[in-house]
Design a protein. Structure first.
Length: 716
């Protein structure tokens, strides 16, 4: 098997280089080891055409079609290689093999014409249901939806496991996906199947189809699925085989609207990659606070209501108002996360994907509709429930989560407190702002696309057979697609700034730096060098730019070049006299240079103007201590520790201050508190020296032996 993989890799490498002769040699060697009669016949036909072209060239004859013919030969070999690769993928996956065999045995003819008839007849049959006698309507309706759902599931699996398509098949499917006589849900599902197939093996016909549907469809749901399909399906490896890929993208990106949608998509992927982090925030911070402030608690039996304490109103009359304020703050935080694009429902619904409904791949991506046959048993039990209807219609859940919610609703309902159940039954419970989306918002391309990305994310993260699929989100989700060479030197370049801003905002610093590698020379301005951390270059471009000067000063400080940093802050203080930040940073530089007297002159001024600024007080306390003004330093530290914004360093500073006064036991107590708050374990492997500036210690008469003795005291 390893040798087989190496053999196909050699074919792939030859194709990537655009070398027909080498690709033919490698494909011939492969087929000698693993014979396939049909593939061998097709390869011989390609080899014959190639030999004729070479022979014609060797005779010195001019062939105006030479380049075009060479390109066609390269593409014909690629099709053979791609089909071989698909075959191996199927063979390696029992799941895909099962799908492949089942759907091809279910019906003899999978022509696009038959598929179209089936899909159009379904639309007609649904429209005719209203003409049925009332007593037969429900039964007839169920039969139509069930039969069609089975056909669509088979079609999804057929397309998913299909090999390379011909141009004719591609055109027929394109017409089908643009036809107004076909149901939108069917078109959306078919686009998803084509996309999954395309992501497993690049197919120029499917790529062309997806770009055409994106460009021409009037159905926004279909358009957005097609957009995600072709973006995730781009393969720059095959540029020499299919240069039209670049031509197609260039044509698309000539539109500002397309560039904006691609930018939105890339930003949405950043939030998609954050789903686990957002889930942890909700689970550990937001939901516990929400339940606590609303008199509920989570138990093994479900959510239980906590009885009010009758003395609470007497002893703490302001408590209820405080709880309401905290609840509002928590909801606001959730709203902010959702508004920014966070997938706040992934964690909660990830446990609800183990039902038989999710055994079929297509059910992870089918748009939500109440007449889905697999919901029939639940629909009869739930009946008309206004809360559920509102959640399905306006709740910003992805389709996958809507199906989960609907399936588990009754089970959840029975575990709710009685008071909450009554609100739901009576229709008095309303969806909070965090859960609602207006009709206008739900029609927006960004909203539709975000919902679809959430569906895909759940498929690739939670589907039991996800390993058989090509998880494009694994690479795309790390903010990669804007770095694709096919997007370089295009109208999309200026939009890369927007992506960098988002990446930096959410602390994806490595990804932002990698993306900036793809900035063209024309975009490498002062802001670019600021983002790169190349402040000297930025400063040479704009010597009087205050923001650049401040960043350069900060860089010098972090490198320990305190004297140079102090000089920079002097320049900044001349530019912006009285700016607290620059004066304070200059003072910190002086403290680190052991020029305490000059530092204190600046700090006294700042302290007079901002007596309650703890950071100023903290620097001042250390400067006083270091300058031998122990009583004043201790007083400052005591004030800081008594305040509401105490940090671990305050105990370290107080400990050093007491140590210099030879109050050793008190110093050890304070340093012990510092170690505890700062998270140091103080195990045998920890080096106590690392907690102190050794040069500072030696300047103040603290020896290495004394530090070791203090270490033993702190440990005890």
């Amino acid at each position: 098997m390893i040798y087989q993989d190496k053999a196909t890799e050699r074919i792939s490498n030859a194709l990537i280089l655009g070398d027909v002769g080498k690709a033919l040699t490698e494909m011939s060697a492969y087929l000698m080891a693993w014979p396939q009669m049909q593939t061998q016949e097709r390869l011989q036909a390609i080899k014959k055409d190639y030999d004729l072209m070479v022979d014609y060239w060797c005779r010195g004859m001019e062939d105006p079609q030479q380049e075009q013919q060479y390109q066609l030969l390269l593409q014909r070999i690629y099709v053979l290689y791609a089909n071989v690769s698909i075959y191996h993928r199927m063979k390696a996956s029992a799941y895909l093999t099962g799908l492949y065999n089942t759907v091809r045995q279910s019906r003899k003819n999978w022509s696009v014409l038959d598929i179209r008839h089936e899909m159009e007849n379904y639309v007609s049959d649904v429209a005719m249901i209203e003409l049925e006698p009332e007593h037969q309507r429900e039964e007839r309706s169920d039969a139509i939806y069930k039969a069609h759902r089975q056909e669509m599931n088979h079609l999804f699996n057929f397309v998913l496991t299909s090999r390379m398509w011909t141009d004719g098949v591609g055109r027929s499917f394109t017409d089908l996906l643009l036809s107004p006589t076909v149901d939108s849900i069917d078109q959306q599902l078919l686009v998803s199947a084509i996309s999954l197939s395309q992501w497993m093996q690049f197919d120029i016909v499917k790529f062309r189809l997806l770009t055409e549907v994106y460009r021409r469809s009037h159905d926004e749901h279909v358009r957005q699925r097609a957009l995600v399909g072709w973006v995730f399906g781009i393969e720059d490896d095959w540029m020499r085989v299919y240069p039209e890929q670049k031509e197609t993208l260039d044509a698309l990106m000539s539109s500002d609207a397309v560039c904006k949608e691609l930018t939105e998509l890339q930003i949405q992927l950043i939030f998609t990659a954050n789903a686990d982090r957002d889930s942890d925030t909700l689970k550990n911070e937001i939901l516990p606070e929400m339940l606590k402030n609303n008199h509920f608690k989570v138990t093994k039996q479900g959510i239980q209501e906590v009885e009010d304490d009758p003395l609470e109103d007497v002893l703490h009359p302001e408590a209820e108002e405080e709880r309401m304020e905290k609840t509002e703050a928590v909801f606001q935080r959730m709203m902010d996360m959702q508004r920014q694009g966070s997938d706040i429902y992934f964690g909660g619904f990830s446990q609800m994907k183990r039902y038989p409904f999710f055994y079929d791949t297509s059910n992870w991506l089918v748009p939500f509709y109440l007449r889905h046959p697999d919901l029939a048993q639940f629909r009869k039990k739930i009946g008309d429930n206004r809360y559920v209807e509102s959640m399905m219609e306006h709740g910003p859940l992805c389709n996958s989560d809507k199906y989960s919610f609907y399936i588990v609703f009754l089970e959840m309902f029975e575990r709710l407190p009685k008071s909450m159940r009554e609100l739901l039954v009576n229709g008095e419970a309303r969806l909070d702002k965090i859960e609602t989306a207006s009709d206008e918002e739900q029609r927006s391309p960004a909203y539709i696309r975000r919902i679809y990305l959430m569906d895909l994310y759940r498929l690739f993260r939670l589907f039991p057979n996800r390993s058989s699929l090509n998880n494009t989100l694994e690479s795309i989700g790390t903010m990669d697609f804007f770095k694709n060479p096919l997007f370089s030197d295009t109208p999309l370049d200026p939009y890369k700034r927007d992506i960098v801003k988002v990446l930096r905002k959410y602390h994806y610093n490595e990804e932002s730096q990698r993306l900036m590698d793809f900035f063209p020379e024309s975009m490498r301005d002062v802001q670019y060098y600021m983002w790169r951390g190349m402040y000297s270059i930025a400063l040479s471009m704009e010597p009087d730019n205050e923001r650049v000067m401040a960043a350069h000063a900060r860089e010098l400080f972090e490198l320990g070049n305190y004297d140079e940093a102090a000089d920079e802050y002097d320049k900044l203080m001349l530019l912006n006299p009285g700016k607290e930040k620059y004066i304070l940073n200059k003072a910190v530089c002086l403290v680190n240079m052991y020029e305490y007297e000059d530092a204190l002159k600046l700090l006294y001024q700042l302290n007079y103007e901002h007596p309650d600024d703890d950071f100023i007080n903290r620097v001042m306390a250390w400067a006083l201590t270091s300058d031998g003004k122990m009583e004043q330093g201790e007083q400052k530290y005591r004030q800081l520790i008594a305040g509401d914004t105490t940090i671990a360093d305050d105990y370290q500073g107080l400990g050093c201050c007491l140590w210099l006064q030879n109050r050793i036991n008190e110093a050890a107590d304070s340093l012990r508190k510092f170690v505890e708050l700062s998270g140091h374990n103080m195990n045998e492997d920890d080096d106590f020296f690392e907690l102190f500036d050794q040069q500072w210690a030696m300047r103040h008469g603290i020896t290495p032996i004394q530090i070791k003795m203090m270490e033993s005291l702190v440990r005890s």
